[in-house]
Unconditional design. Sequence first.
Length: 230
Amino acid sequence: MALFTKPAYSQEDKSALAKADSLFEQQHYTAAFDIYESILQKQQAYSPQMLLKMAYIKEGLRDYTSAMYYLHLFYTKEPSRSTLKKMEELAQTHRLQGYEYNDLQFFKTQLSKHYMRILELMLLIAVITVTVMFFSWRKGHKFTNTFKIGFTVYLLFILYYINFLTLGDAGIIRNKSVAIMSAPSAGASWIATASEGHKVPITGEQDIWYEIRWKGSKAYIRKSNLLELP
């Protein structure tokens, strides 16, 4: 899975970005998009406005899979309810499933965005607490069982946060007439034929297959037919 970060453009990339912006203003959208995509793939970086322009171009070309993808990239780093609403409206207009957003989805995105800051704060609190406990113990202070249990639970939660907390993976179906299967095999039972643009939760993977949730049930889709979201 690609990791997209804030831009650290070279002078060459800055010139290319300026050229692409100029082409976009002149409504030469395809040429502008090619440059934007080149910068994105080369640097694994972006500017928020660049992503919005890429989504706008793809929506105009009726490539709703790509439009949703770039809107998602924008949203993961610049979460806002207006972007959620835009994705939901686009999905409703074109009858795409998997884009029903609520306060929980917004909370998950905020948590993902601030994951490291939250972790640093929790670790800082733990270090300060241990330090205070050490000096208090040397002075003969005894801690209650309730405090000991509470602090142990807090440390276990930090371990869980680091190793097991997951906000869920998802992907967008990228091809037309994609077979959704009951097992990771071409000979398995057929469940449905899905069109491009639908968003599905990814719950696992096996060889060339992703395990997904399709209408509330476990199903499988070939990895080549799914665009994994970062």
